[in-house]
Design a protein around this ligand. Structure first.
Ligand code: PLP
Length: 452
């Protein structure tokens, strides 16, 4: 039987060279915490009557170091996205361009004129930073960047419709995922929802009737996002809704969701309504995400009429959901790619959308040759991010006919740099479209280790 007294004391362990090294690496306090934990477990095992041998000093310290490594391992780490879903919300949505990263690094590493007017030498406004670029790009009178699009919608409704009625189509009372439900957001902002039309059919006359009967603050239209109504359906054009809304003297607010600045139809996809089109159709305020089809950092962008934007900027919630300096630097750098007409060459999301399918096939083929395993098959990539549901881009996949596909996926996830793949027809498939070419060697090296 082991005796508790055979367990070494903390003090004597700390005097060893190994412990000194660990202390230098991890700090004395954290080492102490981990060491006490190791010894506590040991004592508990002995007391439980298990016939265990007391490990030597080196073993105790090795266990302790494993604990320390585990504690300090980042919970948020890079993964390789081989799913072919370009805007994968679970995988962090849009990866950023090199210029965007540079701008964010510069803003992060030093002081900046975030809220300082350099010409006047006094306090300035952070809201100026991306505003001019957004005006130039879209033609909107005014703009504001906030934390994300959910916050943007909440802020707009709070500022323009608190305690008042908001008219919206039944067909647009959607949940876009992650707990964002249009009716809930409205309730939270203090606006009263007036739903018009039916789930599948909404007519201009439905809006007209509601505008006559209800004294409303505004009309809201929301992108259906990741859901599609098919069959016997109708919804008026945005310009028609704008016309009846304006006739009643009210503003039209459009939650555009993804907020494309380029035409997706050019790349063989269905046409996703663009920000510019929404403005041209007569929307007075438009909200969209920064990290969906725009391809920038997480943000919510609000553009539109100056008088309405002024109200929005002055609302107390604007301070609570404001964008930080990294976001403003990143959004600005991303917007500049569009202004310079280089978005498809520089913004990773658009590079992935516009990549030539022959190039994808070549990479899938080269993966297969390097592994000497599997086959290259035709498949589909998705845009994701709540935009273009059911729309896909033709792609080429490396398909591996491994025996236990689910188990293989889990092994891929536990790699030091996890690879996220998917199963199709019982094979594990990898889509090069969403894997950066620089990651190819790592993908091949990792797969080689896991394959028979
Ligand atoms: C994605 C989306 C949102 C939420 O945007 P976040 O940037 O994720 O907060 C709101 N409305 C619509 C229609 C969306 O598609």
């Amino acid at each position: 039987m082991n005796d508790l007294q055979n367990i070494p004391a903390v003090d004597s362990l700390l005097k060893t060279g190994t412990a000194q090294n660990l202390s230098a690496l991890y700090g004395r306090e954290l080492l102490l915490q981990a060491l006490r934990g190791t010894l506590e477990n040991l004592r508990a095992a002995v007391q439980s009557g298990k016939d265990i041998s007391i490990p030597n000093t080196e073993k105790i310290l090795a266990d302790t170091e494993r604990t320390l490594q585990h504690w300090l391992e980042p919970t948020l780490k890079p993964v390789i996205n081989a799913t072919g879903i370009i805007l994968h919300t679970n995988l962090g949505r849009a990866p950023l361009s090199a210029e965007t990263l540079q701008a964010m690094q510069a803003a992060a590493a030093a002081y900046s004129n975030l809220e300082f007017d350099l010409a006047a030498g006094k306090r300035g406004k952070r809201s100026v930073h991306a505003e001019e670029l957004l005006q130039r790009l879209t033609g909107a009178e005014s703009a504001l960047v906030v934390n994300n699009n959910a916050a943007a919608v909440m802020l707009v409704l709070s500022a323009l419709a608190r305690g008042k009625r908001v008219i919206i189509a039944h067909s647009q009372l959607v949940e876009i995922g992650g707990g964002f439900r249009v009716p809930d957001v409205m309730r939270q902002s203090g606006a009263k929802l007036v739903a018009v039309g039916t789930t599948n059919r909404v007519h201009t006359a439905d809006y007209e009737r509601a505008l006559q009967e209800e004294s409303a603050a505004l009309v809201l239209t929301a992108h259906h996002s990741n859901f599609k109504i098919i069959g016997f359906t109708t919804e008026p054009e945005l310009s028609e809704i704008a016309a009846v809304t304006h006739s009643a003297g009210l503003p039209l607010v459009n939650d555009l969701g993804s907020g494309a600045l380029l035409d997706t139809a050019v790349f063989g996809l269905k046409h996703e309504p663009t920000v510019q089109e929404a403005l041209a159709a007569g929307a007075d305020v438009i909200c969209f995400s920064g990290d969906k089809l725009l391809g920038g950092p997480q943000a919510g962008i609000i553009i539109g009429r100056a008088d309405l934007l002024d109200k929005i900027k002055r609302h107390p919630l604007a301070r609570a959901v404001r964008a930080d300096k990294l976001c403003l630097a990143g959004i600005s750098a991303t917007l500049i790619h569009y202004l310079k007409g280089e978005a498809t060459a520089k913004v990773p999301v658009w590079k992935m959308i516009s990549i030539d399918s022959a190039a994808i096939r070549q990479r899938a083929e080269s993966w297969r040759q390097n592994l000497n395993y599997g086959e290259v098959i035709a498949g589909k990539s998705m845009v994701g991010g709540g935009s273009l549901p059911e729309e896909s881009l033709p792609t080429w996949l490396l398909a591996l006919p491994v025996k236990k596909a689910n188990q293989f996926l889990s092994k891929l996830r536990s790699l030091p740099q996890p690879i996220i793949a998917r199963i199709e027809d019982e094979q594990v498939v990898f889509d090069p479209r969403t894997v950066f070419p620089a990651q190819d060697p790592l993908v091949i090296q990792s797969l080689r280790k896991l394959l028979p």
